[in-house]
Write a protein that binds this ligand. Structure first.
Ligand code: G3P
Length: 226
């Protein structure tokens, strides 16, 4: 399962990239607005080092204006996925964008039927929003499982990009039901590393070893002494 980073803060993407864990980036108007930067500047900086799709979301709500934006955003980097909202106008724009070879990410998806519409229109990615479904007492993970079943039965190439990920249990759950990608807030990515037994075990290893040098250091010191 690939990890995209869900943020418009370039520094956070750089940190995750240093861990070798960035397969792409997703942005949205809220994330870019909170960054306080121009959308194009954020994308240009990400494009310098991100080796994978960068999702850039249209702002317009009418199909023709969405397409104007999509054609522009498609030039903003080597691997851009234009985000279209799951609306009638968004699907109209998506259909034409697909015909023009523009990669896409259909966002704000909350039902299996919406995901089916996105796939039928040739979406590159579909973004079911797990956290926002959980917020209203629905089951976001079950939605991903349903989409996986439908896409596999009918052989759709659209990739499931699990979004609105709120905690590590979402990551495990969508990995188990077959999401192709999860887009993680940096805080959730960071939480994946931690377990108290890991910290405890490492402390015990080091305590048992004591203050002796590592075998490699001793070999190297021996080589220097020879
Ligand atoms: O990319 C979609 C994602 O940012 C939405 O997450 O937490 O705002 O529901 P959230």
């Amino acid at each position: 399962m690939r990890f995209f980073i869900d943020t418009a803060e370039v520094s956070e993407v750089r940190t995750a990239d240093e861990l070798g864990l960035v397969d792409g980036v997703t942005t949205n108007p809220s994330l870019v607005a909170s960054s306080g930067r121009e959308y194009r500047d954020v994308v240009a900086e990400l494009d310098e080092f991100v080796d994978g799709p960068i999702s850039v979301e249209v702002i317009a709500t009418e199909a023709e204006e969405m397409l104007v934006e999509a054609r522009e955003y498609d030039t903003w980097g080597d691997d851009i996925a234009v985000k279209f909202p799951m609306t009638r106008e968004g699907m109209t724009a998506l259909s034409q964008a697909t015909a023009e070879g523009i990669d896409s990410n259909v966002t704000l998806v909350f039902s299996a039927n919406q995901a089916l519409l996105a796939a039928k229109n040739g979406a590159t990615f579909v973004s079911p929003f797990l956290g926002r479904l959980d917020d209203i007492g629905s089951d976001g993970v079950e939605l991903v499982r349903e989409i996986r079943e439908i896409y596999d039965v009918h052989g759709f190439d659209t990739e499931i990009l699990a979004a609105s990920i709120r905690h590590p249990s979402h990551v495990k759950a969508v990995a188990k039901v077959g999401a192709d990608v999860a887009t993680l807030p940096p805080s959730v990515l960071d939480q994946l590393f931690d377990h108290p037994k890991t910290d405890e075990g490492l402390a015990a290893f080091l305590d048992d070893w004591g203050d002796r040098e590592s075998p490699a250091v001793r070999e190297l010191q021996g080589a220097d002494d020879d």
